[in-house]
Design a protein around this ligand. Structure first.
Ligand code: ZN
Length: 151
C-alpha cells in the first residue's frame, strides 16, 4: 500500500471515531450481543433489526479505542441492507484482511470502506480492536451467546 492511500485510510478511521455512524442503543432490535476486548478495554453492544434474513438496521453503543469504535461505525454502515449470509461473508473477508491472509481484489472491493482496516495487520495488538465489532455482530446473528470476549 502506498503512503497516500494509508493516510487516506487513517483519516477515515479518525473521522469515524470522532463522528461514529449508527451510534446509540436501538429500540425494538430483533438481535443483539455484547462484545468485550479485555486487553484494550473495548466494550460494545451491537443491535440489529432483521426482516427475514435481511439486516434492515444496525447500530452500536458502548466505548472503546478509536480503532474499535471506527470499526463498529464502518461495519454497521456496511451490513445495512445486507443479507445475513452476505454479512457473514464480509466478516470472513474482513478477518482474513486484518490477519494478513490472502484477500482477492474483488473481495477487497466488495468490502468498500471497511477495507481501510487492512493496515491493522501490521499491529497485531490492534487486530482484536478492529475485529471486536465483527465478532459481536456474528454473535448477534447466531444468537448463540449473548456475550463474546476476544480472550
Ligand atoms: Zn481497542
Amino acid at each position: 500500500m502506498n503512503d497516500e492511500l494509508l493516510e487516506l485510510y487513517q483519516e477515515l478511521i479518525l473521522d469515524h471515531n470522532a463522528r461514529p455512524h449508527n451510534f446509540g442503543a436501538m429500540q425494538g432490535s430483533t438481535h443483539h450481543a455484547h462484545g468485550l476486548n479485555p486487553l484494550c478495554g473495548d466494550d460494545i453492544e451491537v443491535f440489529l433489526q432483521l426482516d427475514g434474513n435481511r439486516i434492515k438496521d444496525a447500530k452500536f453503543s458502548g466505548h472503546g479505542c478509536a480503532i474499535s469504535k471506527a470499526s463498529a461505525s464502518l461495519m454497521t454502515d456496511a451490513v445495512k441492507e445486507a443479507s445475513t449470509e452476505e454479512a457473514q461473508a464480509m466478516f470472513d473477508v474482513f478477518h482474513r484482511l486484518v490477519t494478513g491472509e490472502n484477500v482477492s481484489d474483488l473481495e477487497r472491493e466488495n468490502l468498500g470502506k471497511v477495507a481501510a482496516f487492512s493496515g491493522v495487520k501490521e499491529f497485531p495488538a490492534r487486530v482484536k480492536c478492529a475485529s471486536l465489532a465483527w465478532h459481536t455482530l456474528k454473535a448477534a446473528l447466531n444468537q448463540a451467546h449473548e456475550q463474546v470476549s476476544t480472550e
